[in-house]
Ligand binder design. Structure first.
Ligand SMILES: Nc1ncnc2c1ncn2[C@@H]1O[C@H](COP(=O)(O)OP(=O)(O)OP(=O)(O)O)[C@@H](O)[C@H]1O
Length: 265
């Protein structure tokens, strides 16, 4: 059984009747990585939000099905969703600063997730948080620091620590490295790859940047205007693209060389 399975998912904005996602399918196994690439507005984020049960108001899954760890998500009550979110599926997004509370220390924000989701007491939650900081390669001193004292890359590492605090099996990284400079971007992508290897975490990596997706993913979906124009193993998509739009995405990177796509092996 797949951890996450989307089958012909369609998403409609009921406020105006527009269908914005028109049939997305993929499956994710434990430790697997699926990438979704495409231009702004192509439906990548809505697809992820549907899998997280957090579609914006008026938006509905109007076709197909989503199964999360064996549950048909359409049948979940809000209470069941709350139970699964964080502990089965979790996410990190672009612009880490906006997800951190500026008036609370990093440690207390991560520890709060451990307390609420794992039912840990204060002392246990602190120990767990220090372990999490270590696993995202942040020094223990970050525990007592405030968000504004950290760089963008460190803020994103803190959010990854919070996102994995309740030991989810799937992590969605939606443009999680977009706001960061290229070196830090690569460090965060390597961190996600490490977490995947050490914990079996499955990843959905969303980016408008094919290089980001290619660095981590085995399977790639190329989306345009709500449709999947091409889907397959990353090497096939990179070296033998079948769709003109995919070729265009690849050409955008030509000046950097194709090797930028692939992790140094
Ligand atoms: N809250 C919302 N209200 C109205 N329209 C929305 C909302 N969220 C998304 N949309 C529309 O849905 C379509 C798909 O958006 P989505 O955010 O999924 O695209 P995306 O591929 O993730 O793009 P980006 O990279 O810019 O986030 C777009 O046309 C967008 O305008």
């Amino acid at each position: 059984m797949s951890l996450l399975a989307l089958d012909q998912v369609r998403i409609t904005n009921n406020a105006d009747g527009r269908e914005l996602v028109k049939g997305v399918s993929f499956t994710l196994e434990p430790g697997g990585v699926v990438g979704i690439v495409g231009e702004s507005g192509s439906g990548k984020t809505l697809t992820c939000r549907a899998a997280l049960g957090i579609l914006p108001e008026h938006f509905v899954v109007s076709g197909g099905s989503i199964e999360l760890d064996g549950h048909d998500v359409a049948a979940l009550t809000p209470r069941q969703w709350t139970g699964l979110r964080g502990s089965t599926i979790s996410a990190v997004f672009q612009d880490p600063a906006s997800y951190l509370n500026p008036s609370l220390t990093i440690g207390s924000q991560i520890a709060e997730v451990a307390k609420v989701k794992l039912g840990l007491r204060r002392r246990e939650a602190k120990i767990k948080t220090l372990q999490l900081l270590d696993s995202v390669r942040l020094p223990a001193a970050v525990f007592d620091q405030y968000p504004h004292e950290l760089s963008g890359g460190m803020q994103q590492r803190s959010l990854i620590a919070a996102a994995i605090a309740a030991e989810p099996r799937v992590l969605i990284a939606d443009e999680a490295t977009t706001a960061l400079d290229v070196t830090v971007q690569a460090e965060i992508l390597d961190l996600l790859a490490e977490l995947r290897e050490s914990t079996g975490l499955a990843l959905v990596v969303v980016s408008h940047d094919l290089a980001v997706v290619a660095r981590l993913c085995e399977q790639v979906l190329v989306m345009r205007s709500g449709e999947v124009v091409e889907q397959g193993p990353v090497e096939r998509i990179l070296y033998r693209p079948e769709h003109d739009y995919t070729r265009l995405l690849i050409e955008e990177h030509e000046s950097y060389g194709l090797e930028r796509y692939l992790v140094a092996t």
